[in-house]
Design a binder for this molecule. Structure first.
Ligand code: NAD
Length: 249
């Protein structure tokens, strides 16, 4: 197994479940010190289990919408491991309503987690990476709906489209300072985020992917590791679609 992240310190937000959890495991397997951050305490048991298996992980509870908690997440990570080499800004929530039926409180919640949360994590990670000789890499978990719309994803798409352009703006600001920032844009992926969907609705989603199935969290995780690694040393400001062909047709 290649160990592209030996002695590197990684923060994964929303690391307790789904795509975040799969990415935590891939980074750990490649030798990283992984900070599993989540607002759910499930991150604690995941960390305990991985440490028992011989990996080096730490759980830090943080809500990405709270600036003081994000600031302290980055500070505690650097206190413990000495640097922050990679941020995977992944924490996010779903939401499916037509625009004219969307409750404004629900709209604000989706924008708060999926856009403001990514901004706050990027802000404090970048501030730390600017102090480091080797800079760093950030991957933001965007979505196919940061690139194309669909019925009932108004707030979600607005947030994810914002993430896409935030990443591009940050590229202009920080590429020359040794910080690469990219998006991963998954198609529908089989995680707890989709667990409430009735089977019929799931099948309708499957039909939208030419590959004929949903994505697996590990498939997104592998793309994240590529973007975060030196294998992607000339890639910044990009949006990597991991979508089984969803946006191609
Ligand atoms: N599953 C999909 O089909 C899909 C497709 C494209 C993009 N995404 C994106 O992938 C990311 C992860 O989604 P997932 O499918 O793994 O979902 P998930 O529900 O399995 O995991 C999301 C994690 O984020 C955490 N979280 C939610 N709000 C938070 C907050 N305010 N602060 C800290 N942690 C918080 C949750 O506790 C959970 O552990 C999201 O950004 C989502 O938009 C998912």
């Amino acid at each position: 197994m290649a160990e592209r992240f030996r002695n590197k310190t990684i923060i994964v937000t929303g690391g307790a479940s789904g795509i975040g959890e799969a990415t935590v495991k891939e980074f750990a397997k490649e030798g990283a010190n992984v900070v599993i951050s989540d607002m759910s305490d499930k991150g604690e048991s995941l960390s305990d289990q991985l440490n028992q298996d011989g990996y080096d992980t730490t759980f830090i509870k943080a809500d990405v919408t709270k600036e003081d908690e994000v600031k302290s997440l980055v500070e505690s990570t650097v206190d413990k491991y000495g640097s922050l080499d990679v941020l995977f800004a992944n924490a996010g929530i779903g939401g499916m309503t037509l625009v004219h039926e969307t409750d404004f409180t629900e709209w604000k919640k989706i924008i708060d987690v999926n856009l403001h949360g990514v901004f706050l994590c990027n802000k404090y990670a970048i501030a730390q990476m600017l102090k480091q000789e080797n800079g760093g890499a950030i991957v933001n978990n965007d979505s196919i709906h940061g690139v194309v719309g669909k019925m009932s994803v108004g707030a979600y798409s607005a947030a994810k489209g914002g993430v896409k352009l935030l990443t591009q703006t940050e590229t202009a600001e920080y590429a020359a300072k040794g910080i690469r920032i990219n998006n991963v844009n998954p198609g529908y992926t089989d995680t707890p985020l989709l667990s409430d969907l009735p089977e019929e609705a799931k099948q309708e989603l499957i039909n939208l992917h030419p590959i004929g199935r949903l994505g697996k969290p590990e498939e997104v995780a592998k793309a994240v590791l590529f973007l975060a690694s030196d294998d992607a040393s000339f890639i910044t400001g990009a949006s990597l679609l991991v979508d089984g062909g969803y946006t191609a047709v």
